[in-house]
Structures are given as structure tokens and as C-alpha cells.
Design a protein around this ligand. Structure first.
Ligand SMILES: *Cc1c(COP(=O)(O)O)cnc(C)c1O
Length: 431
């Protein structure tokens, strides 16, 4: 598989190289230049397979036969949990992506990436540095925990992740280092970007980002769009609309890759009050506002770093940005929608899924089958869900146990020099 830097097309790398390197020169994202689609009959055949077998075929097709010889084993090991499609409303299903170890869809990408990376680093030094607005850090920490020779430093914005998310990041210890930053997520993300620009530092610790800029995360996520459609009847498969709750736009990029591969579907972009993309799609002006804290905090991102990939893919495929339906939902409406669906069908939405469900309902046309992505288990947002629905959701036992463990974390300001000396002098990752 050949990937090209979207900011400098002279930089071309293999899949393995892109996974190791994370990001290219000038902070350019690696992306494909073309995608070879499956035929309709190949798609039908794929849809008749189970998740693991189908994912092995889809990812082998994308990555090619000359890289990652253990790909099939990696997939079987990484995708060891289900992604059920559950009816939630009239003509509407939730693709529940929260049955992995940290109860978030990011388990798919993080578990796949950890195993790919450990299969390709050989004797190289490797430090994962990642910024998280919540779920990424938890999924990455869990996926890399105890992975030999790989250290992980997770930056997260103080006070802007849920208590459970913080526990999942900060209670593992061993090779997982939690850093609480006195600033919003975008500043955490900037610290990571600055670290990658410091070439000497980058080399000395073998820096790698496990953020959704890493192409391996995206490819893993392509698989569950096929899994969703495979669970529909043949007739329903022809009229699928996916509604994706968007933050950094990695998830929807993966969906668009699935579409480029030949999966029949259209997409709805669902955002919270951080609505840079919806405003861009309606006015044509890219004007990020200051990031706003919302109850769907994993989507509190005003400069989504995967957006250039969405535009690149549209260009490759000849799709127009005007083909997207989109919407942004306030906290108030997110809660109202949680309540309304619970009263109507009993289905429990957490805030991210509620944003996706709401924008889907607003845009679903007669005869279409709507699928919104359930990106986190409702219990991960227990405080909000309980207060909004007047219920007492039990926390799954493995997570409840984690809440009681002691947190091991480092607090710092949003300053790269501080982070650098912490990693070099305190953790001695450069030695
Ligand atoms: C990360 C996350 C999102 C946003 O996904 P992107 O790929 O960043 O667009 C949505 N919901 C939850 C629960 C998340 O953790």
C-alpha cells in the first residue's frame, strides 16, 4: 500500500512506514491516492462472512500482499468482541461499537494499531505520545498496556474528561504514563504536534502518535461499516444512511473509505456545538471558533485534524461536499433527544450517540434505513445518562473495579518544554 503526504506529495511511504511515522513532513497526513473498489458481487460475498474473516479480506485488499505478513492473526486477536446492530427507533439502528475492553469504538483502532506496531518495530525504540479528549487515551492505554518495548504517554485536558475515562487512563501504570494538562484538548494536541516537529527529540524517544492521524487506526475502523450492513436484510442493504458523531473526523473518514471500496451508503455528519464543519459546509468558510465544553466531550474539537482526508477522498472519488447532510446539536437538545427516545422505545443513548441519532432523525428520508454509531457505552457517561433519564445505570464490573484503583498521573501546563523534560529526565525514555 502506498501512502502519500497530503501536504508534500513527494513524500511517499509504505503502510508499515506510515504506521511507525504517524505524521509526515510539515505535519502532513498520510493518505491513499486511489482506492480499488470491490465489485457488487464481491461486496455481497464479503457481507456473507463473519467480522474477523471479512475484515481480514478487506484490510489485506487495502494494505496489499507485500506487507504485514501476520495481518490475519493481528485482526483475529484485535477484533475479539462484537459490534451488534441494535434496533433503536423506526427504521433506525444503533451500531454498538462499545463492547470492547474500554467500552468505546476506539478499541477497534487502538488494538489493531498496537499489534501492527509491535509486529513492525523490531529492535527500534518506540514511545507513543497521544493527546486525548477522553476515549482515545483510555483505548490506547489499554491496547498498549504491557506491550513489550513500547512506552505510552497520554495527555488529557484537566477537568474535561469523565471520572471513568480518567481512571481508565491513569490507573494502569507500568508502561502507561498519564499526564493531566491544564488546558483544553486542542492545546494538548498542539503539544503533540510540537513534539513531532522536534526531530532530535522525536528520534531519541522513537516518537509515535496513536491519534486518529495514524492510518492504521482508520483502516481498522473501515471494517465495522461492513459489519453493520452485513446485519441488515438484503433489501435494506440498498438504502443505508450512516450518521457519525464527529470529533476529529477519523471515524467518518473510515466510513468514506468503506464507501469508496464499494459499500452502498450515504453519510450524515453529526456534531455538537463545536460546529466548524457544519458551518463550513453551509457557508464555505473555514472558521474554527474557540473549543466549547459539552456533554459529548469526545467531540469537543474545533479544528478536526482528519478533515483534509475527507476532502482528499471526495476529490479522488469525485464526490461533492454538498452530498453530505449535517447538523450540530446543543447540549439541551442532546438531552431532550435522549429522553424522547428512551420514552418512545426504551433505548438508552449516551450523549455522543444522541447527537448522531438526532441529526439522523432530522435527515432520514422515507424508505431509508438509518444507522447511527454508538461510539461509547452509556455507562461511560453515567452521570449524564442517569440525570437525564432518571435511571441508575449499573457500571459494568471490570470498569467499576477500575474506578477504585489509585490514579498515577502527572499534572503540567500546556508547555512543550515541560513535557520534553518530563519524558527525557524523569521517565528517561531517551536512554
Ligand atoms: C473519539 C470519539 C468520537 C469522535 O470520533 P472521531 O473519529 O474523532 O470523529 C465520538 N464519540 C466518542 C465516544 C469518541 O470517543
Amino acid at each position: 500500500m502506498e501512502l502519500v503526504n497530503l501536504k508534500d506529495s513527494s513524500e511517499r511511504v509504505s503502510f508499515a512506514q506510515a504506521v511507525k511515522q504517524g505524521i509526515g513532513k510539515e505535519q502532513g497526513l498520510f493518505f491513499v491516492e486511489k482506492i480499488e473498489s470491490f465489485s457488487d458481487s464481491e461486496i455481497d460475498e464479503l457481507l456473507s462472512l463473519d467480522l474477523v474473516t471479512r475484515s481480514q479480506k478487506v484490510l489485506r485488499h487495502l494494505i496489499g500482499s507485500d506487507e504485514i505478513p501476520t495481518l490475519e492473526n493481528i485482526i483475529a486477536d484485535a477484533f475479539n468482541f462484537k459490534a451488534p446492530l441494535v434496533k433503536a427507533d423506526d427504521n433506525t439502528y444503533c451500531l454498538e461499537l462499545f463492547h470492547g475492553p474500554t467500552l468505546a469504538f476506539k478499541d477497534f483502532g487502538a488494538r489493531f494499531m498496537a499489534r501492527v506496531l509491535s509486529s513492525i518495530i523490531g529492535s527500534d525504540k518506540c514511545t507513543i505520545l497521544t493527546a486525548t479528549s477522553g476515549d482515545t487515551g483510555a483505548a490506547v492505554a489499554d491496547a498498549f498496556y504491557h506491550q513489550d518495548k513500547i512506552n505510552v504517554v497520554v495527555l488529557y485536558p484537566k477537568g474535561m474528561v469523565s471520572p471513568l475515562q480518567e481512571s481508565l487512563i491513569a490507573t494502569l501504570g507500568d508502561n502507561i504514563k498519564a499526564v493531566e494538562v491544564n488546558a483544553p484538548f486542542d492545546n494538548c494536541q498542539d503539544m503533540v504536534k510540537t513534539a513531532f516537529d522536534d526531530l532530535e527529540f522525536k528520534q531519541s524517544v522513537g516518537l509515535n502518535s496513536a491519534n486518529s492521524i495514524n492510518v492504521s487506526r482508520l483502516l481498522a475502523q473501515v471494517c465495522y461499516y461492513f459489519e453493520a450492513v452485513s446485519q441488515l436484510s438484503k433489501a435494506d442493504r440498498e438504502k443505508v444512511v450512516f450518521s457519525v458523531p464527529c470529533g476529529n473526523f477519523g471515524n467518518i473518514t473510515a466510513g468514506l473509505i468503506a464507501k469508496a471500496l464499494g459499500l452502498k451508503c450515504r453519510f450524515v455528519i453529526a456534531c455538537n456545538a463545536n460546529d466548524t464543519v457544519p458551518r463550513y459546509l453551509s457557508t464555505g468558510n473555514w472558521e474554527p471558533h474557540k473549543t466549547i465544553a459539552t456533554i459529548s466531550n469526545a467531540m469537543d474539537i474545533s479544528r478536526p485534524n482528519n478533515w483534509p482526508r475527507v476532502e482528499a477522498l471526495c476529490k479522488i472519488m469525485g464526490w461533492s461536499l454538498s452530498d453530505f447532510d449535517f447538523g450540530s446539536v446543543s447540549d439541551e437538545n442532546t438531552k431532550q433527544n435522549m429522553k424522547a427516545l428512551y420514552e418512545k422505545t426504551g433505548y438508552i443513548l449516551e450523549p455522543h450517540a444522541s447527537v448522531a441519532h438526532k441529526v439522523l432523525s432530522d435527515n432520514l428520508k422515507d424508505g431509508e434505513i438509518g444507522i447511527f454509531l454508538g461510539t461509547a457505552h452509556p455507562a461511560k457517561f453515567k452521570e449524564e445518562v442517569d440525570a437525564t433519564l432518571g435511571i441508575d445505570l449499573p457500571l459494568p464490573k471490570p470498569l467499576a473495579d477500575r474506578m477504585n484503583l489509585e490514579k498515577q498521573k502527572k499534572l503540567m501546563d500546556a508547555d512543550f518544554a515541560t513535557l520534553k523534560s518530563y519524558m527525557l529526565d524523569e521517565l528517561k525514555l531517551g536512554d
